[in-house]
Design a protein around this ligand. Sequence first.
Ligand code: UTP
Length: 294
Amino acid sequence: MKAIKKAIIPVAGLGTRFLPITKTIPKEMLPIVDKPNLLYIIEEAVSAGIEDIILIQGRNKNSIEDFFDVSYELEDQLVKKNKHDLLNKIKDLKNMCNIISIRQKQALGLGHAVFCAQPIIGDNPFALLLGDEIMYTDENTPTVTKQLITHSLDHNVSTVATMHVPAEDVYKYGIIKTDELSKTRFKVLDVVEKPNPEDSPSDLALPGRYVFESDIFSYLKNTKPGKNGEIQLTDAMVTLAKNNGLEAITFKGLRYDAGDKFGFLQANIEFALRHPEIKEQLKKYLIKKSKELI
Ligand code: UTP
């Protein structure tokens, strides 16, 4: 497999679970403490060696492009006020990686969103990171995308992240049927999108991190609309698994579903509890509040 330098982050979904705020503000721009959700995802990709990020955008998502663009007025004000730390933070955003935007003109599903990036990815392998799933790894652990890239290159195979979930939660995820190669490594045999617990092939869910060979595009091209009338990535993954092989690995790290209200609040609390500026204040507040609530 060639080196993996490109990543797709689809952000064109409608974010209905977060209405009404997502009527005008993309869920990927909602803050986790002081950074938009999407920035955590881009940082994860960049620290895995990704150089080009392809954002699949929808309507009402202009604030995402603006965030990574130059902001002359703000930079000028920060220079005049001698706020160089803040200025550097803002400037770093522009230089992290190349951001390339493509419009998905209709939200026809995740599979369709990924397919929109084909002209830019060409025949290169690529990483795919869902725009509303945040992964946390400490500074001594490679990011989840880096863990996937290492596995893909070592074994020359497309690789997806997987995690065990309780039976009552399988309906929220793509669930894989597998052959177990080790406790942490699986050969993917089938993928079922959001099954009922009684039909679920396993408890292994797909939390939104993938590394694919470019062959996935030819399978996406031939994928007909599936569940909910959307072009499902999971349907193309089934064909990829059967023809080229696909593996799944469990990962070191924590995952937050920031596209869901509860997951978003969990992410905010837990990232705040790691944030040097506010962690002590928040800890005291939570202890006090929890005593009041019990
Ligand atoms: P989700 O199904 O979680 O996102 O898609 P959504 O549709 O925005 O959310 P809800 O369920 O209505 O609240 C997973 C990811 O795929 C992107 C979304 O932006 C999200 O990052 N996506 C989904 C697209 O880019 N295009 C689509 O057509 C569908």
